[in-house]
Design a protein. Structure first.
Length: 732
C-alpha cells in the first residue's frame, strides 16, 4: 500500500495534492476544497427531507461533518477504494441504490448503499444502510472507518467512541452495528491516520475504545471478518439524532424516548429499488430505442422524487434553492406525472411570500416571484387543478403586483438605463456579479403571462387583466431595452444586462427560448445563440466561465439544446449526447464539470436543476406543446429510424397524451390518443422529425407517413439530421 502522504485522503484530495496527477491543483487553499471530483449520488427516502450522499468511491456521508469509508483486507493486501483503480459504480435498476465494487483476488468486494425510513418509534426520520458483500472465493477482513472529511472538503470530528454496537461521533449515535466488532482502532491528529493502525494489524479488541481530538481529527475503525458470500449491514441515522447516554452498556437518548437502535427489518437493495420504480410508474411510460438514454431518463425520474423534500426541495449539503431551480424541478415533476409532489411545494407559496408580495429565493435574487408564478401556471395547465389555483389567488395577485412595482420603481433603477426591467439582483455564478439582468425580466414576463391565464380561469377577470397588462408593458420595455443594446453594441447579440458588454454572462439569456418569451426565430435570439456557439461551446458542452468555478455546464448545455430543439436544429441532439457523456456512472450531473477529470469543479455534485432540465428536454424531444396542438418526435436521431418509440399518458397542457411510432419498411406509422382537458376541442398533431409536412388532427388517430432514410445502428447518433420527405398517407 502506498499512501503518498502520511494520511489516507479522499480520492479527490489525494489527486489534487499529487504533482504527478493530472488533477493536481497548486496552492494551499485550493487543494483543501474539492474542485476536480465534486460528484456524488444523493441518498434519502420520500418520508423525510434529510439527505446523505455517496461519492464515486463509496465514501458515505450521512450528514455534513463526517463520512464512513470502507477498506478490504484481502489475501494480497489492504484494498482502499479511495486509492484503488479497479473500482466500479452503478445504480441498481436506476434507483438511488448505489453499488460500488472493488476488484480483489478471486472476485469483488461489493458495497451497496441506500436509504430507508425510520420506524414510527425511531427518534430519527430514516437511515442510510451500508451493506458489504464478499463476492470473492475466500474470506476477507472489512474495516469501516469514520473519517473527518466529505465530498466537499475537510471537516472536524472532535470525539469518537465505541459503546457496544454503536459508534458515537461527537456524542451522537452515528454508526449502528449489527454486532460487536471483532477489532477496533482509534486515533487522533497526533497519533496519525487510523488506517496505519488497521493495515499494520494493530487494531485492538476494546469494546469501549474512544478518543478525543481538539484538532478535529478523531477517527475510529471497526473491523469484521466476512466469509465467502457473506454480507454485513450497518445503519447510519439520517438527520439529527439526540445526544445519548448509556444504560447498562446500551445507547439511549437523554430523555425518556426510544433508543437509537439498529433498524429491523431492513429491506434489501432490490426491494428498495423496486419501490422507487413503483413510485415513478405513476407517471408516463416511455419506451425508447436507445438503451443509454432510457437508463439516464429512468434514473433522473427517480432522482426527481428524491429531490422533493416535502414542502420544499431537498439536497446535500442542505441549502436553500433559488426560485428558478424550484420552478425547474416542479415543472419536471409535473411533466412526468408527479403532480402530488409539485402541489405539496406549491401550496406552501403563502409561507414563502412577504407582505409586499416578494417570493423568497436566494438572498438578493429578484426572479423568485416570476419563477413561482410560472411553476404554478404550468402545474395548472398540466393538471387543471382549479381548487389549488383558487386557494392561491391572493398570493398570485400579490406576486403580480410585486413584479410590476419593482420594475417601475424609480428607486430600483439607480441611474442605469433599465426603465421597465427588474432592478439589480444577484444571479447564478455563471451569469456574473449583482446587476440588472435580462434573465430576470424573462422569468418575470413568463410568470406574469402565466398568472394572467391562471387568474382568468379562476374567475378573477380584473386581476387577470392587470397581470396581462403588466406582462404587455414589460414585454414592450424589454424589447425597447434590447433595441438600445443592439444600437449601443452594433450587433443584435443580447448581453447579460442592459449595461453589460458582451461577455460570458451572455449565456444567461439561453433560458429565453425554453420560457417561450423569445421565439426561436427571433433575430436577437438567433444572433445570441450564434455568439454563444462561437465563443462558449465545445464538443463537450457549454463552458461555464464564472470566477467561482470554471468548467462545463450541463444545465447551460441543455438550455442551448432546448433553443435548438424548438428551432428544429439537429445540433440539439449533439448537445444531448454531450450531456449524457458528462453524466457520472450513476447518472448524476454536477453543477459544473471539470473538463479534464469529468468530475464536479463547482456547485453541488448531484444538481437538482440539471436533472430536471434533462427530464424536461427529453419530454420535449418526444412530445411538446405548440400553438394549436402537439409535436411528437421533433428531432429523431438517425439510429432511431426503423425502431419503435412509445409514450403513454404523458401530461400535456391539452390533456394526457399517448403515441406510438411503428414502421412499415421505410415508412413510419404514427398512432396517437389524447384524453383531453375539458374545453379542448380541435387538436393538431405533427411529427416534424419524421415528416415535417404531415399534420394529423383529432383526439385520436393513426397515419402512415412518408418514407425516411434506412435505419442506423442502435444508439444515439447526432451528427446529421434524418432525411425526410413530404407527403402522408392513411394507416393500413
Amino acid at each position: 500500500m502506498t499512501l503518498g502522504t502520511d494520511r489516507l485522503w479522499p480520492h479527490w484530495l489525494a489527486r489534487q495534492v499529487d504533482p504527478e496527477s493530472p488533477d493536481f491543483v497548486p496552492g494551499p487553499v485550493a487543494t483543501m476544497a474539492n474542485v476536480t471530483h465534486r460528484s456524488w449520488t444523493l441518498l434519502g427516502n420520500v418520508a423525510s427531507p434529510d439527505r446523505g450522499v455517496v461519492d464515486p468511491r463509496g465514501l458515505v456521508t450521512p450528514g455534513g461533518a463526517w463520512s464512513l469509508d470502507w477498506w478490504i483486507g484481502a489475501d494480497d493486501r489492504w484494498h482502499l477504494p479511495s486509492r484503488d483503480t479497479a473500482v466500479r459504480q452503478h445504480l441498481i435498476d436506476g434507483a438511488p441504490v448505489v453499488e460500488t465494487a472493488v476488484r480483489i483476488p478471486g472476485g469483488d468486494a461489493v458495497q451497496r448503499v441506500w436509504a430507508m425510513r425510520g420506524s414510527g418509534s425511531a427518534p430519527v426520520a430514516g437511515f442510510v444502510i451500508v451493506e458489504i458483500e464478499n463476492r470473492s472465493a475466500v474470506p476477507f477482513a472489512l474495516a469501516l472507518a469514520v473519517r473527518p472529511y466529505h465530498p466537499l472538503g475537510l471537516s472536524s470530528v472532535g470525539a469518537v467512541a465505541l459503546v457496544g454496537t454503536t459508534v458515537l461521533v461527537d456524542g451522537a449515535p452515528a454508526v449502528l452495528l449489527p454486532k460487536v466488532p471483532a477489532r477496533v482502532a482509534v486515533s487522533d491528529g497526533v497519533g496519525g491516520d487510523v488506517v496505519h493502525v488497521v493495515v499494520a494489524g494493530l487494531a485492538g479488541d476494546d469494546p469501549t475504545a474512544s478518543v478525543t481530538c481538539p484538532d478535529g481529527r478523531a477517527q475510529v475503525a471497526v473491523l469484521f471478518p466476512l466469509p465467502h458470500t457473506a454480507r454485513l449491514r450497518v445503519a447510519l441515522p439520517l438527520g439529527e439524532a439526540p445526544p445519548p447516554t448509556t444504560v447498562l452498556g446500551r445507547v439511549r437518548d437523554r430523555g425518556s424516548g426510544p433508543a437509537v437502535e439498529f433498524p429491523e427489518p431492513v429491506p434489501d437493495a432490490m426491494t428498495v429499488a423496486a419501490g422507487w420504480a413503483a413510485q415513478t410508474r405513476r407517471g408516463p411510460r416511455v419506451e425508447l430505442p436507445d438503451a443509454r438514454l432510457s437508463d439516464a431518463l429512468a434514473a433522473a425520474r427517480r432522482a426527481l422524487l428524491l429531490m422533493h423534500g416535502g414542502d420544499d426541495l431537498a439536497g446535500w449539503p442542505a441549502a436553500p434553492f433559488d426560485g428558478t431551480e424550484v420552478a425547474t424541478v416542479l415543472g419536471a415533476l409535473d411533466r412526468f406525472g408527479l403532480h402530488a409532489e409539485a402541489e405539496q411545494v406549491l401550496v406552501g407559496l403563502p409561507d414563502r411570500q412577504g407582505l409586499d408580495g416578494r417570493v423568497a429565493s436566494v438572498d438578493g435574487r429578484v426572479d423568485g416571484a416570476g419563477a413561482a408564478l410560472h411553476a404554478l401556471g404550468e402545474h395548472w395547465r398540466l393538471t387543471r387543478d382549479d381548487e389549488l389555483a383558487e386557494t392561491l389567488v391572493g398570493p398570485v395577485a400579490k406576486a403580480v403586483h410585486w413584479i410590476d412595482k419593482r420594475r417601475t420603481s424609480r428607486r430600483s433603477r439607480r441611474g442605469v438605463d433599465v426603465d421597465g426591467l427588474l432592478p439589480a439582483g444577484t444571479e447564478p455564478g455563471w451569469a456574473g456579479p449583482t446587476g440588472v439582468y435580462f434573465r430576470d425580466a424573462f422569468w418575470s414576463l413568463r410568470g406574469l403571462r402565466d398568472a394572467a391565464d391562471l387568474l382568468a380561469r379562476t374567475g378573477q377577470p380584473e386581476v387577470a387583466d392587470a397581470a396581462g397588462r403588466f406582462a404587455r408593458e414589460l414585454d414592450t420595455d424589454l424589447r425597447a431595452a434590447m433595441a438600445r443594446c443592439a444600437e449601443r453594441l452594433g450587433v443584435a447579440v443580447l448581453p447579460a444586462g442592459p449595461d453589460r458588454a458582451l461577455d460570458g454572462g451572455v449565456v444567461a439569456n439561453l433560458v429565453a427560448a425554453g420560457l417561450d418569451v423569445l421565439d426561436p426565430t427571433d433575430p436577437v435570439l438567433v444572433a445570441t445563440l450564434d455568439y454563444v456557439r462561437e465563443r462558449f461551446v465545445t464538443s463537450a458542452g457549454v463552458v461555464h466561465r464564472a470566477v467561482d468555478g470554471a468548467g462545463l455546464s450541463p444545465m447551460l448545455t441543455l438550455d442551448l439544446a432546448t433553443a435548438e430543439l424548438l428551432a428544429g436544429d439537429p445540433r440539439a441532439l449533439a448537445r444531448l449526447t454531450a450531456v449524457l457523456d458528462l453524466a457520472s456512472p450513476t447518472w448524476t450531473w454536477p453543477t459544473v464539470v471539470h473538463p479534464r477529470s469529468r468530475g464536479g469543479s463547482a456547485g453541488v455534485g448531484h444538481d437538482a436543476a440539471t436533472v430536471a432540465a434533462f427530464c424536461t428536454f427529453v419530454r420535449r424531444l418526444l412530445v411538446r406543446e405548440e400553438p394549436g396542438g402537439l409535436a411528437i418526435c421533433s428531432l429523431v436521431p438517425p439510429s432511431w429510424l426503423g425502431q419503435g418509440v412509445e409514450v403513454h399518458d404523458a401530461p400535456t397542457t391539452l390533456g394526457r397524451f399517448s403515441f406510438a411510432v411503428r414502421w412499415h419498411g421505410e415508412r413510419p406509422a404514427v398512432l396517437w390518443e389524447l384524453d383531453a382537458h375539458p374545453g379542448v376541442d380541435a387538436v393538431a398533431v405533427r411529427a416534424p422529425g419524421l415528416d415535417p409536412s404531415w399534420v394529423g388532427s383529432g383526439a385520436r388517430g393513426e397515419a402512415l407517413l412518408a418514407p425516411v432514410s434506412p435505419p442506423g445502428e442502435p444508439g444515439l447518433v447526432t451528427d446529421t439530421p434524418p432525411a425526410v420527405a413530404g407527403g402522408g398517407g392513411s394507416f393500413a
